[in-house]
Design a protein around this ligand. Structure first.
Ligand SMILES: [Zn+2]
Length: 102
């Protein structure tokens, strides 16, 4: 659970073994301590394999004006700038997104 500047509460999806999923693409974190935002909503400035940078692509707020949803749409449609990220097929993306139980 993270608290944002405007008092809105945002839930992060955590796996049953304690790893956080990327709120945009559903990728599971490599280490158990990692969170995209701290409890006060401060972004990590990490960049996920989906290309989303927490604190930048969300304009500094989690999730600012549906930034997660908007970016997820771009990523699914292959329009996100993933750069170094791994290339995934639509099927692989859809399977990974199930982690978020949207
Ligand atoms: Zn991601």
């Amino acid at each position: 659970m993270i608290n944002t500047w405007n008092g809105e509460k945002v839930e992060l999806k955590i796996s049953s073994d304690g790893f956080c999923y990327c709120p945009v693409c559903g990728e599971k974190a490599i280490n158990e301590q990692w969170r995209p935002y701290d409890e006060n909503g401060h972004p990590s400035y990490d960049i996920c394999n989906c290309g989303f940078e927490y604190g930048f692509d969300d304009s500094g707020e989690p999730p600012y004006e549906k930034s997660w949803e908007n970016y997820r749409e771009k990523w699914l449609n292959g329009k996100a700038d993933v750069g170094f990220g791994k290339k995934m097929s639509m099927d692989e993306k859809l399977v990974q997104l199930k982690n978020l139980e949207l």
